[in-house]
Design a protein around this ligand. Sequence first.
Ligand SMILES: *[C@@H]1O[C@H](CO)[C@@H](O)[C@H](O)[C@H]1NC(C)=O
Ligand SMILES: *[C@@H]1O[C@H](CO)[C@@H](O)[C@H](O)[C@H]1NC(C)=O
Ligand SMILES: *[C@@H]1O[C@H](CO)[C@@H](O)[C@H](O)[C@H]1NC(C)=O
Ligand SMILES: *[C@@H]1O[C@H](CO)[C@@H](O)[C@H](O)[C@H]1NC(C)=O
Ligand SMILES: *[C@@H]1O[C@H](CO)[C@@H](O)[C@H](O)[C@H]1NC(C)=O
Ligand SMILES: *[C@@H]1O[C@H](CO)[C@@H](O)[C@H](O)[C@H]1NC(C)=O
Ligand SMILES: *[C@@H]1O[C@H](CO)[C@@H](O)[C@H](O)[C@H]1NC(C)=O
Length: 328
Amino acid sequence: MASFSYLMSVLVLCVIIGYANAQLELNFYAKSCPKAEKIIKDFVEQQVPKAPNTAAAILRMHFHDCFVRGCDGSVLLNFTSTNGNQTEKLANPNLTVRGFSFIDAVKRLVEAECPEVVSCADIVALVARDAVVATGGPFWNVPTGRRDGTISNVSEANADIPAPTSNFTRLQQSFAKKGLDLNDLVLLSGAHTIGVSRCSSFTERLYNFTGVLGTQDPSLDSEYADNLKSRKCRSINDNTTIVEMDPGSFKTFDLSYFKLLLKRRGLFQSDAALTTRTSTKSFIEQLVDGPLKEFFDEFGKSMEKMGRVEVKTGSAGEIRKHCAFVNN
Ligand SMILES: *[C@@H]1O[C@H](CO)[C@@H](O)[C@H](O)[C@H]1NC(C)=O
Ligand SMILES: *[C@@H]1O[C@H](CO)[C@@H](O)[C@H](O)[C@H]1NC(C)=O
Ligand SMILES: *[C@@H]1O[C@H](CO)[C@@H](O)[C@H](O)[C@H]1NC(C)=O
Ligand SMILES: *[C@@H]1O[C@H](CO)[C@@H](O)[C@H](O)[C@H]1NC(C)=O
Ligand SMILES: *[C@@H]1O[C@H](CO)[C@@H](O)[C@H](O)[C@H]1NC(C)=O
Ligand SMILES: *[C@@H]1O[C@H](CO)[C@@H](O)[C@H](O)[C@H]1NC(C)=O
Ligand SMILES: *[C@@H]1O[C@H](CO)[C@@H](O)[C@H](O)[C@H]1NC(C)=O
């Protein structure tokens, strides 16, 4: 009898823990919306060739989403005049998250198939993966079952998303706060292989590094800096010209971004910071010397890990009807 009630209490405990720890799982919508993942993948495969920058844009959006309140679609919420709060998408680094209408279009297709079943947070995670694959980049598993958050706060985004001017310590801290380590930092920065940036995100390095006009960041290769100044970012205030982060190969998901880092040609201070420590620098060297597959595999693992940051599952949060608005 005693052992029976012991067994029962263990069972009850397991049920409670199981409920509290509802996990993401592969193909979470297999029963509730079996076509969802296929609809998303087909749309992405059809659209991305027409707009190749989508992969970089949604990858960045997914990162911004996960770094603020977890991967809960909070980055998609719009300013609502009734409550006067500013949402994450208005955050400093630097009003450059793009791709909102792409996500809205995917959400409309998925809602037409199964209304109010698939979360916006999962849509962002799936589109990020499928868009990278559609541009020839790595595949990774995207377990699903995320639920959407209801809060989006610009101050939190400014606090949690590392700026392009971040030094090593700041990068390490902001990743550690999300349970991500230095390898994740290097690998996820590898997404810059398909990245683009406005000049204004790094012109201080070219024109005003010490706070005195005319000073340049000595950690940036001077030949490359001169080239940027004469051909791309002709003034410190240029906030319109777009520069490729991995020039010559920015359409290809490959190792050339890491090769550029070793030549001191990373565009941001946060890129340059990655080679300022022996541990991260030797990891970069290892990646550069290894087969592309190693980077792809490791990048995929870090993406899956990032996709689990502080997710809402089970009965937490909600399934938004429209990705830009919380349900009534
Ligand atoms: C939400 O805000 C974005 C700009 O951040 C805008 O492009 C989009 O049209 C807005 N969506 C809706 C449904 O109002
Ligand atoms: C706006 O701020 C109020 C007060 O802090 C809060 O109750 C509300 O949830 C916020 N709305 C959003 C969308 O974050
Ligand atoms: C947004 O976050 C900041 C920093 O955590 C906090 O001080 C502020 O009250 C929040 N704003 C709202 C409207 O909740
Ligand atoms: C790194 O940046 C932080 C601010 O983001 C600053 O407080 C710190 O002093 C910097 N560390 C170094 C070594 O420059
Ligand atoms: C981002 O915007 C803020 C506020 O407008 C500005 O102070 C900062 O220099 C900008 N950062 C970059 C990298 O453009
Ligand atoms: C140069 O940097 C200093 C110190 O950060 C700043 O006060 C000044 O406005 C900058 N000059 C320009 C032209 O951006
Ligand atoms: C670019 O700079 C100009 C002048 O400083 C400013 O009016 C404009 O809002 C800026 N644009 C962006 C996209 O930051």
